[in-house]
Design a protein around this ligand. Sequence first.
Ligand code: GCO
Ligand code: MG
Length: 404
Amino acid sequence: MKIVDAKVVVTSPGRNFVTLKLTTDEGVTGLGDATLNGRELAVVGYLEEHVVPLLIGRDPHRVEDTWQYLYRGAYWRRGPVTMAAIAAVDTALWDIKAKVAGLPLYQLLGGPSRERLRTYGHANGRDLPELLDSVRARLAEGYPAVRIQSGVPGLESVYGVHVTDGVGAPVLHQRALPLVENWDTDAYLRHIPGVFEAVRAEFGPELPLLHDAHHRLTPNQAARLARDLEAYRPYWLEDCTPAENQEGLRLVRRHSTTPLAIGEVFNTLHDYQALITEQLIDYVRSSVTHFGGVTPLRKLFDFAAQYQVKGAPHGPEDISPVGTAAALHLDLAAHNFGIQEYAGHTPLTEEVFPHAYAFADGHLHPGDEPGLGVELDEGLAAAHPYEPAYLPVNRLKDGSVHDW
Ligand code: GCO
Ligand code: MG
């Protein structure tokens, strides 16, 4: 079998998505997600100019070899643009292989280790009453676990609060210039423990509660937050530091047993080396889409398993249904799966990408269609062309830029 066509489709059914579609001489097609929020067209250029010409004529069954060919062959390794492009190829090849086998992808990855995938949803509020209502809404939708993000007194807008309110809500990042948000770490550190206290008081000790610090803290500040939240037993504290400085997590670990999750912006296993071998984290958060595909994410899960670290792929609305499905197949097969973030997509996005995976009773299942079980309605995709969009940036009170 040979790849005869490779096409990059950019569509914006509410937000931008980049999809690679491979077609073989036998008419089998495979899809891969290459969406890199706010830098989409860089990946399009990488794919169209430098990868597509290498794919035509290749045997689609050589998944591992193609991955190595693109990764090592580029010489310039790693980085989000490169790894999103390679991810799309790898995912599309797995899709083709599983379709040819007539099996859902999870069967090729070892078969199911569980019946369904536990998820967490997003609850947020500008203030406490709004947050408590939002938690109630997620619980009513069936989510067994909830990530809580709250406004901070004195700050106009905070990560996670104005982004979405649950499955399918509008996304506000779509704008020609980055929105400027403001930030004050001390105000945040003073406020968040009280938020956890109030949510625990309202919903009791059993509900798994997660929180995303979104890379904003120094190791010492993160250690304090992890320690201050310990009494409320969070399920995890996510991205407490930017973690390019892997050693920083040692300091956090030394001061707290709050479980730590990290890695949505990582793109290779090397970014995790110290974090996993020194057991400085509890969950790896990389997605198929930003980590180079199913092939390396599976290797990450296996590596992490040796240290009792679990896989919990990134699942925001800016990973397309194609990338979402790929993660779900791996989650179902991998023994050390932890929990799947599920922000959902707008109804229009679901129409552009009809899919076999389903959300019911707070759990996901990838479905039993051969391959990934996702299609792309190219006509509808074309009716919603690319729109320039950026993620927000953060500035401190003195005007300097802070991590967003
Ligand atoms: C999460 C993430 C996202 C990112 C987004 C950036 O935990 O889901 O932090 O909300 O901010 O994916 O594009
Ligand atoms: Mg996050």
